[in-house]
Write a protein that binds this ligand. Structure first.
Ligand SMILES: C[S@@+](CC[C@H](N)C(=O)[O-])C[C@H]1O[C@@H](n2cnc3c(N)ncnc32)[C@H](O)[C@@H]1O
Length: 194
């Protein structure tokens, strides 16, 4: 994990990496609920998939969704070196299509942990899929809820900021979940399905 994070931070887009303390916290959360089947939206170089896969049981799986393997190609050996390749089900394509395909395959209520960290305008759509795909007690974690502080800055009105601001208000009023917003990294929303 250390080598993967160091290699990722050398990339031009290295700032997309989930912070090390948040990677550890996600693993802690997934382990705390005894997660077996997880979903990740936004793989990038594979660090968060690795963190979660490491705490899944040997027969556990993380469906890891991204639109590209470009970032992964230089780092995928990290999954092999960590001995977790067999737990990672990589799906390349728009994540909304992958999530629909899981529903079509009768996988509703069969997952217990989800990490959303991709295109922010779709975070709420991914969340709604998560509510269908995860079982009661499952946790959906959503990254970048502060969006670099822009969510609290009324002068910011780009599409990603507006979508994240709207999602923050939506989540706190959603009675399908128990909700907590953690000031770690760029703001991590936690939704526990009731
Ligand atoms: C912030 S990075 C993910 C970082 C990763 N979770 C980590 O901890 O290192 C966002 C990723 O989302 C992917 N992405 C963007 N739009 C997507 C979409 N519509 N479907 C699936 N993945 C998408 C990008 O290719 C990129 O790899």
């Amino acid at each position: 994990m250390r080598a993967l994070c160091e290699a990722t931070l050398q990339l031009e887009d290295g700032e997309m990496l989930t912070s090390p303390e948040q990677l550890q916290f996600l693993a802690f959360l997934a382990a705390s609920i005894g997660a077996t089947n997880a979903i990740e939206i936004g793989v990038f170089t594979g660090a968060s998939a690795l963190a979660i896969a490491e705490v899944l049981p040997e027969d556990g799986t993380i469906v890891a969704c991204d639109v590209t393997t470009d970032y992964l190609n230089s780092t995928e050996p990290a999954w092999e070196q960590a001995g977790v390749v067999h737990k990672i089900d990589l799906r390349i394509g728009p994540a909304l299509d992958t999530l629909q395909s899981l529903l079509d395959a009768n996988k509703a209520n069969t997952f217990d942990f989800m990490y959303i960290d991709a295109d922010k305008i779709n975070s709420k759509n991914y969340y709604e899929y998560g509510l269908q795909l995860l079982s009661q007690g499952g946790i959906i974690a959503i990254d970048n809820m502060f969006y670099g502080g822009q969510v609290a800055d009324v002068t910011c009105d780009d599409a990603n900021t507006l979508a994240t601001r709207e999602l923050a208000v939506f989540l706190i009023n959603d009675d399908r979940i128990d909700y907590s917003l953690i000031p770690i990294g760029d703001g991590l929303a936690l939704a526990r399905i009731l």
